[in-house]
Write a protein that binds this ligand. Structure first.
Ligand code: ASP
Length: 300
């Protein structure tokens, strides 16, 4: 028997994984748990980077991206969702009810309709008001100033909930869900819904999920690389360190660039790392949930 584990990005996920963990110790599946963790964040309007409450693009339109994964053949994702509040559940439907990997935009919304998911407005009044303020004060392409999430997390207006879980039967699953970068160019898709970029799960090698500037993560197929390095024998910490170093070698980094990964092996060893200070992650194992600093900060 494996000891159940949940790992998730950002401190806002602590109460979410705490609530979901008991299901893993009974008969709950890792896949259900990672979906429910994303749903909980998608439902929380105060989280302005995931689901309802998420900040829109520069034209004031909100779009969601999400993915789920169990293994190479078993993954699903969606991007550019505009009418459904739980993109993670659409991603799971793509995985379970189609032979495809990814559906996009209005046709992905239509697919969700056809499976009975409710069509709703996804832009909250609060997010709309923030966009109106941003639009008035910032008509150019200047990125938003970083803001404090509490718990000392300082980051720009985009954070994904990424979750990795291992259930009592040893099955590993991952999910991620995001409204993407605030004030993005309409149509922009980040790393999160692209398998191997924002999320990768390989039952033999491990799982990883990323958060931060999706363009940087996508540029090196970040989550795949972390998992591949673990498959070659690196610890989660070493795999993340090598991935962040590779990213830092490839990109002319700007001071506002941030990227972070969380990763776990199939045996339940785990770690997190970030490019810069300001990232936190959460872990729940043996019924105790904690917020942790990353094990590596490349540019401390
Ligand atoms: N990686 C996500 C994206 O680029 C956002 C984030 O995690 O901050 O869309």
């Amino acid at each position: 028997m494996t000891s159940p584990l949940i790992l998730s990005t950002w401190s806002f996920s602590l109460p979410i994984i705490e609530a979901e963990y008991p299901k893993l110790s009974t008969s709950g599946s890792a896949l259900d748990v990672v979906e429910q963790c994303a749903i909980a964040a998608e439902s929380d309007e105060s989280i302005d980077s995931v689901g309802y409450g998420g900040l829109p693009d520069r034209e004031g339109r909100c779009t969601f991206d999400a993915a789920v994964m169990l293994s190479s053949p078993k993954s699903g994702s969606v991007c550019g969702i505009e009418r459904h509040r739980h993109p993670v559940s659409i991603a799971r439907l793509v995985m379970e009810r189609t032979e495809h990997k990814m559906l996009v935009g209005s046709l992905a919304d239509d697919f969700a309709d056809s499976h009975g998911l409710p069509s709703e407005s996804i832009l909250s009044e609060r997010a709309k008001a923030k966009w109106e303020r941003w639009k008035q004060s910032n008509q150019d392409a200047t990125p938003p100033a970083p803001f404090d999430h509490g718990h000392g997390e300082l980051f720009g207006s985009h954070d994904t909930i990424g979750t990795i879980a291992i259930d009592a039967g040893g099955t590993m699953a991952g999910s991620c869900s995001t409204s993407g970068m605030a004030w993005k160019v309409p149509g922009r898709v980040g790393d999160s819904p692209i398998i191997g970029h924002g999320l990768y799960v390989d039952p033999q090698r491990g799982a990883a999920t990323g958060t931060g500037h999706g363009e940087l993560i996508s540029g090196i197929c970040g989550s795949f690389l972390v998992v591949e390095l673990m498959g070659q024998g690196a610890s989660p910490e070493e795999a993340i360190h090598r991935t962040l170093s590779r990213l830092a070698q490839c990109w002319p980094l700007k001071k506002e660039h941030q990227v972070a990964f969380i990763a776990a092996t199939p045996e339940g060893n785990y770690a997190a790392g970030s490019l810069r200070p300001g990232f936190k992650y959460c872990v729940c194992v043996d019924k105790s949930a904690r917020i942790l600093d990353p094990d590596i900060v490349l540019h401390a």
